[in-house]
Structures are given as structure tokens and as C-alpha cells.
Design a protein around this ligand. Structure first.
Ligand code: DI6
Ligand code: FE
Length: 400
């Protein structure tokens, strides 16, 4: 006896079969038991009964969507900076003048944990309304021993307030805080020697992230210090890599066995191949590319040639992507980067799970968590096609 069955639905299982990368099952059914998927297949073959049956009226069911890169928790906004950019200032110039990430650091340090939770919730609700069931949340607007844990604690409170799973990443090496101005290497040592161990001891992070960038982030050597500390603490690593120039970030991430390297517009073909060999997922963030009017396209051809797993995420943050919509990223991934529909959908399901090191979700298959998104669409491509229209009609998290 199953706990629950969904029928009269078409399934986009994301388990590739033959020449069908989406693993479509028309007129299918899914059965759940104890929060896991117990059975998936054509409705006519459904074995056994269920305590509860939900008829889906021909809707499509995908795995619950996974936003594997967000900066969801922050205080304030950067609309003023947006105006400055409209007058000609670049993202990098604003950052070097003490604005940018540091302006959000000032606002976030001044906010209490409750205020951070309250600010994050409406943004989270917009993601969930589109069918997101797992969201990654980074710190990185605290940059000190008081505020980085506060951001992560705020993120960890969200699943008690909404039905969602949250994965947290410590991004203390995001920018150099004002009290370390001119002493970037000293701050990198503080992150490696004090912040990473403290966060790990409190169990507040699932991974450690960093921003490698020659002008406004950290050098590859400083990043390596932070990554070594993460490895000592038993935490996997991720990297903001090659966003504004080729810093060798892709190869650096691969060398450290990173779960993912994100942005990678400027990553070179050797770095991309190294990522593929290391099993590092490439996370594309087309919303940030769009919003800061980046012109360098990520090398999708090299990624395909290397067999790189590609994920897509919002990068939801106040500076480079104030867009709480993973559906918009599906569209932008296809329109701006010319991903196929199948690549884009894998990017917010199977490959997004891999970017978080989560093996228990991202597809519709027996044994995986029963995290589903239901959509009123007539074919999967509609998820990538609409702009600003949300066809999601339901979510299931762990079978509920
Ligand atoms: N790259 C990004 O896109 C975000 N962080 C980063 O290193 C943007 C963060 C921000 O501008 O607030
Ligand atoms: Fe980011």
C-alpha cells in the first residue's frame, strides 16, 4: 500500500532513456511511501493501491526544482547602485569604490537574525511558487565572526517556516571587509584559520564557497588556503569562478575537487575539461550575465565537448541578479546561452542536485525523495519558453 499516488499526469522524469534526455512518460503515475518515490511509470502499470490518490488533470510533473546558487539572505537593496550603473559606472568600479558587495555587508551587519529571516521569506516564496523544493543559500554579506553565522542561522530557519529544503554555503571569502582594507591576505587567513573552523564546529554550513577574482575577490592562492581549511573541516567546496575575467578559477575548482564552479563565463577550455574530469559541475548564472551586461558568453561548446554537467541557478542577490525566478533562468539559459530545453531542465534538477552533492533528488526515480513540481503545460519546453508567466500548480516536498 502506497501512502499517496499521483495519476493523470505526464512525467518528465529527468532519467535519460535512449534518445529522450527528459525521460518522458506520458499518462504516467508516481507513488510515494515514507517520503520517497516508491514507483514511477505508465499509469496502466501502476501496481497496488494508495491511501490517497491525486488526479492531476493532464498536468506535467517534474522533479522539484533545485536552485543551487543563491544569496537569498541579505538586508537592504542596491537600487541606487543600479542607477549609478545606468549612468555608466561598471559593477567592478562600484565595488572598488566601496559600494557593491560591501554596501550589502553594511546593511546585513546591522540586521538581526529575525530581520534577515523576514527579508528572505518573500523572496523564497517567489522561488517556491515556481516549483522549487530545494534552495542553496550562501552567507558572504557578513564577512566577520558575528555576521557570517547569523546569516547561516537565518537560512537554516527557513525550512521550519516553509516546506523547503535548504543547503547552506559559507562564503566568507566573498569580499574584503572594510576593517581589512589593503590586507586581503590577512583576511583570507582569518577566514581559513578562524571562520571556517568556527562555522564547521557549529555545523552551520554544508559547503564552503569563495570568490576568486583578481580585482574584487581573492587570488587563487588565498582561495586555496580557504579550501584547504574546508577540506580539513570535512566540508566540500564550491567556487565563484571566472565571472569577470579568466582567473584560472575553473582549473582551481577542479584541482580541489569542488562540487561546482559557478559563473565561468571566462573559463578556458582546459579548465572546463579539468572540471569535467574532476566531476565538478558547471553552474551557469544567466541572470547575473544579463543584469551586469556581461558580454563574454560561457563556452558552451567546450562544455558539451568535455561532457561537463551544466546546472542553472538564479544567483539571487541584490547586486548582480535581483531576480527571484528560476523559470526566468531557464528562459535566459536557452535564449542567452543557447542551451537546449533538455540541458536547461537538467540544470535545475539532476545537475543542480549534483552541484550541491545531493544524491537523493533531482530526478523521478524509485528511492529518491518524493520532491515534485506540477505544471499546467502541454510540453516541457513551455517551462523554458514563457517569460514572466508561472505555470506551476503544485509542489510536493518529501511526499507531502
Ligand atoms: N558574484 C556574484 O554574482 C555575486 N557574488 C559574486 O561573487 C554578487 C554579489 C553582489 O554583488 O552582492
Ligand atoms: Fe553568486
Amino acid at each position: 500500500m502506497f501512502d499517496r499516488v499521483w495519476t493523470d499526469a505526464h512525467l518528465c522524469t529527468m532519467v535519460p532513456r535512449g534518445d529522450d534526455p527528459l525521460g518522458v512518460v506520458e499518462d504516467g503515475a508516481i507513488a510515494a511511501k515514507d517520503g520517497r518515490i516508491a514507483w514511477v511509470g505508465p499509469r496502466a502499470d501502476l501496481p497496488g493501491d494508495a491511501a490517497e490518490t491525486t488526479r492531476c488533470d493532464g498536468a506535467w510533473i517534474t522533479p522539484g526544482l533545485i536552485d543551487c546558487h543563491t544569496h537569498l539572505v541579505f538586508a537592504g537593496d542596491r537600487a541606487r547602485e543600479f542607477e549609478l550603473r545606468l549612468q555608466g559606472a561598471s559593477y567592478e568600479e562600484i565595488a572598488l569604490a566601496g559600494g557593491g558587495i560591501l554596501s550589502t555587508v553594511r546593511a546585513t551587519r546591522a540586521a538581526g537574525e529575525d530581520a534577515l529571516v523576514a527579508a528572505a521569506l518573500p523572496r523564497l516564496d517567489l522561488l517556491l511558487a515556481e516549483g522549487v523544493t530545494t534552495v542553496e543559500v550562501k552567507s558572504g554579506y557578513g564577512l566577520d565572526l558575528a555576521t557570517e553565522p547569523r546569516m547561516l542561522r537565518a537560512a537554516r530557519r527557513l525550512p521550519a517556516l516553509r516546506r523547503v529544503e535548504v543547503a547552506t554555503s559559507l562564503l566568507a571569502a566573498h569580499a574584503v571587509p572594510p576593517e581589512f582594507a589593503g590586507r586581503r591576505a590577512d583576511f583570507a587567513r582569518l577566514v581559513a584559520e578562524e571562520i571556517v573552523p568556527a562555522i564547521a564546529a557549529d555545523g552551520l554550513a554544508d559547503a564552503v564557497d569563495a570568490f576568486t577574482d583578481a580585482a574584487i575577490g581573492f587570488t587563487p592562492e588565498e582561495t586555496a588556503l580557504v579550501f584547504d581549511a574546508a577540506h580539513r573541516a570535512g566540508l566540500p567546496v564550491k567556487l565563484h569562478a571566472d565571472q569577470l575575467r579568466d582567473d584560472g578559477g575553473a582549473a582551481l575548482a577542479a584541482r580541489h575537487g569542488a562540487l561546482s564552479a559557478d559563473h565561468i563565463e571566462y573559463a578556458n577550455a582546459e579548465g572546463i575539461a579539468a572540471m569535467a574530469r574532476a566531476g565538478t559541475v558547471g553552474v551557469l548564472l544567466p541572470g547575473a550575465f544579463y543584469f551586469i551586461r556581461e558580454t563574454r558568453q560561457p563556452d558552451i561548446a567546450a562544455m558539451r565537448a568535455a561532457g561537463l554537467r551544466i546546472a542553472l541557478a538564479t544567483d539571487l542577490n541584490p547586486g548582480s541578479c535581483p531576480a527571484p525566478s528560476l523559470l526566468l533562468m531557464l528562459n535566459m539559459g536557452c535564449t542567452l546561452f543557447r542551451l537546449t530545453v533538455a540541458e536547461a531542465l537538467a540544470g535545475v534538477t539532476r545537475h543542480a542536485a549534483a552541484a550541491l552533492g545531493l544524491r537523493d533528488r533531482g530526478a523521478l526515480a524509485p528511492g529518491l525523495r518524493c520532491d515534485l513540481a506540477l505544471h499546467a503545460i502541454s510540453r516541457p519546453a513551455e517551462l523554458c519558453y514563457w517569460i514572466g508567466r508561472n505555470p506551476c500548480i503544485g509542489r510536493v516536498v518529501a511526499g507531502r
